[in-house]
Design a protein around this ligand. Sequence first.
Ligand SMILES: [Zn+2]
Length: 179
Amino acid sequence: MFLAYALLLIPSAMINAASQELSGRDNDQFAIFVALFIGEYLIAIFLHEMGHAAAVLIAGWSVEFIAVFPLGYRLKTARLGWWLTPYADFGGVVMFRATHNRDRARWLSVVAAGGPAVSLVTGAVCTVMASALLDGAAATIVGSFGAVSFFIGLGNLIPFRVRGVRSDGAQLLFHLRQA
Ligand SMILES: [Zn+2]
Protein backbone atom coordinates (compact mmCIF):
# COMPACT_ATOMS: atom_id res chain seq x y z
CA MET A 1 0.00 0.00 0.00
CA PHE A 2 2.82 2.40 0.85
CA LEU A 3 4.35 1.82 -2.58
CA ALA A 4 0.97 2.53 -4.17
CA TYR A 5 0.71 5.89 -2.42
CA ALA A 6 4.34 6.73 -3.23
CA LEU A 7 3.52 6.07 -6.91
CA LEU A 8 0.58 8.47 -6.55
CA LEU A 9 3.00 11.37 -6.10
CA ILE A 10 4.23 11.23 -9.71
CA PRO A 11 0.82 11.62 -11.42
CA SER A 12 -0.11 14.28 -8.84
CA ALA A 13 3.01 16.28 -9.65
CA MET A 14 2.27 15.98 -13.38
CA ILE A 15 -1.36 17.05 -12.93
CA ASN A 16 -0.06 19.97 -10.88
CA ALA A 17 2.25 20.96 -13.76
CA ALA A 18 -0.69 20.76 -16.19
CA SER A 19 -2.85 22.92 -13.91
CA GLN A 20 -0.03 25.49 -13.71
CA GLU A 21 0.13 25.61 -17.49
CA LEU A 22 -3.64 25.99 -17.83
CA SER A 23 -4.22 28.61 -15.16
CA GLY A 24 -4.13 32.21 -16.29
CA ARG A 25 -4.35 33.69 -12.82
CA ASP A 26 -2.67 32.27 -9.75
CA ASN A 27 -5.91 31.85 -7.80
CA ASP A 28 -7.64 29.42 -10.19
CA GLN A 29 -4.82 26.89 -10.31
CA PHE A 30 -6.06 24.83 -7.38
CA ALA A 31 -9.56 24.48 -8.88
CA ILE A 32 -8.04 23.35 -12.20
CA PHE A 33 -5.81 20.88 -10.35
CA VAL A 34 -8.80 19.38 -8.51
CA ALA A 35 -10.89 19.18 -11.71
CA LEU A 36 -8.06 17.53 -13.67
CA PHE A 37 -7.25 15.17 -10.79
CA ILE A 38 -10.83 13.96 -10.37
CA GLY A 39 -11.54 13.87 -14.12
CA GLU A 40 -8.38 11.96 -15.00
CA TYR A 41 -8.85 9.42 -12.21
CA LEU A 42 -12.50 8.80 -13.10
CA ILE A 43 -11.63 8.24 -16.78
CA ALA A 44 -8.59 6.07 -15.97
CA ILE A 45 -10.56 3.92 -13.52
CA PHE A 46 -13.44 3.63 -16.02
CA LEU A 47 -11.06 2.43 -18.76
CA HIS A 48 -9.45 0.01 -16.27
CA GLU A 49 -12.86 -1.48 -15.41
CA MET A 50 -13.69 -1.73 -19.12
CA GLY A 51 -10.56 -3.90 -19.42
CA HIS A 52 -11.89 -6.27 -16.75
CA ALA A 53 -15.36 -6.24 -18.35
CA ALA A 54 -13.96 -6.98 -21.82
CA ALA A 55 -12.04 -9.95 -20.37
CA VAL A 56 -15.23 -11.24 -18.71
CA LEU A 57 -17.02 -11.10 -22.08
CA ILE A 58 -14.09 -12.74 -23.90
CA ALA A 59 -14.26 -15.55 -21.31
CA GLY A 60 -17.91 -15.97 -22.30
CA TRP A 61 -19.14 -14.93 -18.83
CA SER A 62 -21.62 -12.21 -17.96
CA VAL A 63 -20.96 -8.80 -16.44
CA GLU A 64 -23.39 -7.98 -13.62
CA PHE A 65 -22.21 -4.69 -12.16
CA ILE A 66 -19.73 -1.98 -13.12
CA ALA A 67 -18.80 0.83 -10.74
CA VAL A 68 -16.60 3.88 -10.77
CA PHE A 69 -16.71 5.63 -7.39
CA PRO A 70 -19.22 6.91 -6.36
CA LEU A 71 -21.64 5.39 -8.91
CA GLY A 72 -22.41 1.81 -9.87
CA TYR A 73 -24.46 0.40 -12.71
CA ARG A 74 -26.33 -2.90 -12.43
CA LEU A 75 -26.72 -4.27 -15.94
CA LYS A 76 -29.58 -6.69 -15.34
CA THR A 77 -31.93 -4.03 -14.01
CA ALA A 78 -30.29 -1.16 -15.94
CA ARG A 79 -30.14 0.68 -12.64
CA LEU A 80 -27.62 3.31 -11.60
CA GLY A 81 -26.98 3.66 -7.86
CA TRP A 82 -24.43 4.71 -5.26
CA TRP A 83 -21.31 2.64 -4.90
CA LEU A 84 -19.24 3.69 -1.92
CA THR A 85 -16.35 1.22 -1.74
CA PRO A 86 -13.35 3.26 -2.89
CA TYR A 87 -10.69 0.73 -1.81
CA ALA A 88 -11.49 -1.79 -4.56
CA ASP A 89 -9.38 -1.07 -7.67
CA PHE A 90 -8.65 2.41 -6.21
CA GLY A 91 -12.27 3.36 -6.84
CA GLY A 92 -13.81 0.91 -9.30
CA VAL A 93 -15.08 -2.60 -9.65
CA VAL A 94 -16.56 -5.08 -12.12
CA MET A 95 -18.70 -7.88 -10.72
CA PHE A 96 -19.47 -10.81 -12.96
CA ARG A 97 -20.97 -14.28 -13.03
CA ALA A 98 -18.92 -17.22 -14.29
CA THR A 99 -21.62 -18.82 -16.39
CA HIS A 100 -19.44 -21.79 -17.33
CA ASN A 101 -16.51 -23.56 -15.67
CA ARG A 102 -14.32 -24.32 -18.67
CA ASP A 103 -10.72 -23.26 -17.87
CA ARG A 104 -12.10 -21.40 -14.88
CA ALA A 105 -8.81 -20.52 -13.13
CA ARG A 106 -7.21 -19.50 -16.41
CA TRP A 107 -10.08 -17.16 -17.31
CA LEU A 108 -10.14 -15.71 -13.79
CA SER A 109 -6.46 -14.87 -14.32
CA VAL A 110 -7.30 -13.18 -17.63
CA VAL A 111 -10.11 -11.16 -16.01
CA ALA A 112 -7.76 -10.04 -13.20
CA ALA A 113 -5.11 -9.03 -15.75
CA GLY A 114 -7.54 -7.29 -18.13
CA GLY A 115 -7.86 -4.07 -16.12
CA PRO A 116 -4.14 -3.51 -15.50
CA ALA A 117 -3.41 -4.43 -19.14
CA VAL A 118 -5.71 -1.66 -20.42
CA SER A 119 -4.27 0.81 -17.88
CA LEU A 120 -0.66 0.07 -18.85
CA VAL A 121 -1.38 0.25 -22.60
CA THR A 122 -3.26 3.54 -22.10
CA GLY A 123 -0.35 4.82 -20.02
CA ALA A 124 2.16 3.90 -22.70
CA VAL A 125 0.10 5.36 -25.56
CA CYS A 126 -0.51 8.65 -23.71
CA THR A 127 3.14 8.95 -22.68
CA VAL A 128 4.31 8.45 -26.26
CA MET A 129 1.67 10.89 -27.57
CA ALA A 130 2.60 13.51 -24.99
CA SER A 131 6.30 13.32 -25.72
CA ALA A 132 6.27 12.79 -29.50
CA LEU A 133 3.07 14.24 -30.96
CA LEU A 134 1.80 17.00 -28.70
CA ASP A 135 3.14 20.12 -27.09
CA GLY A 136 2.00 22.83 -24.71
CA ALA A 137 -1.00 22.28 -22.45
CA ALA A 138 -2.23 19.26 -24.48
CA ALA A 139 1.07 17.47 -23.87
CA THR A 140 1.00 18.11 -20.12
CA ILE A 141 -2.63 16.98 -19.80
CA VAL A 142 -2.22 13.83 -21.92
CA GLY A 143 1.12 13.12 -20.21
CA SER A 144 -0.41 13.44 -16.74
CA PHE A 145 -3.29 11.17 -17.81
CA GLY A 146 -0.68 8.63 -18.96
CA ALA A 147 0.92 8.81 -15.50
CA VAL A 148 -2.47 8.37 -13.80
CA SER A 149 -3.12 5.31 -16.01
CA PHE A 150 0.27 3.84 -15.11
CA PHE A 151 -0.50 4.44 -11.44
CA ILE A 152 -3.87 2.68 -11.70
CA GLY A 153 -2.29 -0.22 -13.62
CA LEU A 154 0.85 -0.68 -11.51
CA GLY A 155 -0.86 0.11 -8.20
CA ASN A 156 -3.45 -2.60 -8.81
CA LEU A 157 -0.79 -5.12 -9.81
CA ILE A 158 0.83 -4.84 -6.36
CA PRO A 159 -0.53 -7.86 -4.48
CA PHE A 160 -2.36 -6.60 -1.38
CA ARG A 161 -5.62 -7.04 0.44
CA VAL A 162 -7.84 -4.35 1.97
CA ARG A 163 -10.87 -5.35 4.05
CA GLY A 164 -11.03 -8.74 2.39
CA VAL A 165 -10.83 -7.29 -1.12
CA ARG A 166 -7.87 -8.61 -3.13
CA SER A 167 -6.03 -6.31 -5.53
CA ASP A 168 -5.77 -7.40 -9.17
CA GLY A 169 -2.18 -8.52 -8.53
CA ALA A 170 -3.26 -10.65 -5.56
CA GLN A 171 -6.10 -12.18 -7.60
CA LEU A 172 -3.78 -12.83 -10.52
CA LEU A 173 -1.27 -14.69 -8.31
CA PHE A 174 -4.09 -16.60 -6.59
CA HIS A 175 -5.70 -17.79 -9.85
CA LEU A 176 -2.44 -18.43 -11.69
CA ARG A 177 -1.42 -20.84 -8.90
CA GLN A 178 -4.58 -22.83 -9.54
CA ALA A 179 -4.50 -22.65 -13.33
ZN1 LIG B 1 -8.62 -3.86 -11.59
